[in-house]
Design a protein around this ligand. Sequence first.
Ligand SMILES: Nc1nc2c(ncn2[C@@H]2O[C@H](COP(=O)(O)OP(=O)(O)OP(=O)(O)O)[C@@H](O)[C@H]2O)c(=O)[nH]1
Length: 716
Amino acid sequence: MAVRLIRPINSAIRRHLATAPPASSAALSGLITGKKSNLLNSRFAPNQSKSPVHQCQRLYSALSPVQRHPPSLYGQLQPISFSIIAHIDHGKSTLADRLLEMTGTIPIGADGQVINKQVLDSLKVERERGITVKSQAVSMIYDDVTTKQKWLLNLIDTPGHVDFAYEVSRSLSACQIALLVVDATQGIQSQTLSVFRVAMARGLRIIPVINKIDLPGASPDAVLDQLHERLGLNVLPGESEEAIMVSAKTGKGVEDVLKRLVAVGSESTQDVGDGQDEKMRSLVFDSWYDSYKGVVALISVKDGAIRKGDKIASAHSRKRYEVLDIGVNSPTAIATGILRKGQVGWVICNMKSVPEASIGDTLHHDKVKVDPLPGFKPSVPMIYCSAFPVSSADFPKLEMAIQKLALNDRSVTWSRESSLALGQGVKLGLLGALHMEIFRARLADEYGMEVLITNPTVAYRIVRPNEDENEAKVITNPLEFPDDEVMRSKRSTKNGLQIQEPMVIGTLTCPEEYLGAMSQLCFDRRGEEIDLIFQDGFGTGEDGKPVGAENAGGERLVIMKHRLPLSEIVTDFFGELKSKTAGFATFDYEDDGWQASDLVRLSFLLTGTPLDALSQIVHRSKAVDVAKVWTQKLKDIVPRQQYEVNIQAMVGGRVVSSEKKTAYRKDVTAGLYGGHYERKLKHLNKQKEGKKRLRAMSVGRVQIPQENFMKLFEAK
Ligand SMILES: Nc1nc2c(ncn2[C@@H]2O[C@H](COP(=O)(O)OP(=O)(O)OP(=O)(O)O)[C@@H](O)[C@H]2O)c(=O)[nH]1
């Protein structure tokens, strides 16, 4: 089938054809007759940048998808929905970019350079940190010369970090196929295994892709063995499921990925149907708030078709809506007027409030009875922290920003709370330390909200004697923690209470030379070793050095499993691990139930007034050390007052650490310089200073500027 080009571009190509050398002419006529694959392959040929082929290809790519394909075409094509799953940094987003370029969905840069790097990582925080946080769906039209058919490929890019596993699981519900990307220099890593398991559990067809084959340390054969042995995939030479060898960076092998997607997808894809007779059912698998369009829902059409103007209803809330607009992202929004069975796209209807686009909900035609589609299990937060606005007047703004962001990130839970020292704030439930950092960054980037976020805490269980553990009280606020003295008192009804904390199984991988440092860190964090495996690396690194887990180590790798309290890994565990292993270690964890522990509440007082925002739950063996660190931190941030400030850390009624901030010295020189201009200026500056202090928080009589408080929580 011929590629549709608008006339000026066709004539530009014909003009080039008249003057082009024979080799290029073949590729150019390929463009006109639809043999785009020749042309696209030539994009990666060296020294072709100035050739007519490349110039025409750029002309072609520079057209927006709407110019190349009429919007109505998207709704008619046979869809194949797939996801790219992998361990962090194995190259998902880079591969996604190449697929989008090869299908002409995004332009290719001058001289073959990639200009739309990481197109799918659209959030500022994703680009800055080079990680995917949010799943993205984008549709592309692939003109397959083998089947002589155009296909609608729906790509759903997913995050790699363990904190965002919930996002991965939701996105996979809209897919038929998973491209399992494995870095040829690292082989299978912990996250490769977990995403593979999720994809298998959802019944997806797996296409193994071995990436980064351009790197000198690449050992694709070793990875093939691993895929065979550890995942049971039949990828060895002569077996049924061939793995595709790819360099997402240079584009090598990427067209084979497109061909395989069509080959595998065409076996399982369902006919889009005419959308007339079937009852429409669409699963809402993501939604967000757009300041111009309002609430936008991302849907996967499971049956029938949904059109602009349709009257629809939510199976969850029974509310009715009218479809105001509907379409796909390619990668910008294209209004197609219709989405049919198997297609993935966005829908805008008159949803007024943010929580109406409930994830996991089924949308159907109003007045037509359908069985709702199975939704999603709500995610369970792993850590909790409190967010306070820097200025208390900004609380309504903060609350609104969190409400909108929580619509886009459904794994966040939130509720109002107030603190004596910090005023009105919001208690957040999040999936891990990285998730917390990302949430804070998104509040700043997308809503301009600078917030003060307290130390994260985990949930604890308080089990009464003879009580069923599952009915135990779960507390997430240290202030609700029973007082140590009361618990120990024989006469107290709280005597005999058992405190339990959540545990995880952590998997750490790094080159053998860092084994000692890693073990020490886990030991310091109350870890218990449960497994230790040595694994051969993959050849030698680029510089000949043993670069280990991060990039083709020449040394043996160690895979270590430890049982650790969750509370010990939510603060600075990851940063410390990276610094102790020169950045080579990778870390992943999974939930492992509860364990009884000797925990106490550490409270802080400033001249007798409790500083509730700092209260924390710690293991008894660590209480004194933690107390010393925090009393010193407090001493550093509390400004000198007219009187001496006592800083105390308490467990039960006992002071476990204390510091003193001495009072201002009396100004014995006061009055000596009366009448001088400089003296007046100094006085004015002091007054200004005083006004600034008014924006400080009061803890009893002690005034602490809010910015000092921010420093307290930022300091490691
Ligand atoms: N040499 C080489 N580098 C690659 C290749 N593919 C990706 N990279 C690089 O590897 C790094 C990680 O790539 P990404 O595409 O961001 O990885 P990702 O899997 O999307 O990462 P997350 O979204 O954080 O999970 C980037 O620096 C890429 O440029 C490849 O084929 N060869």
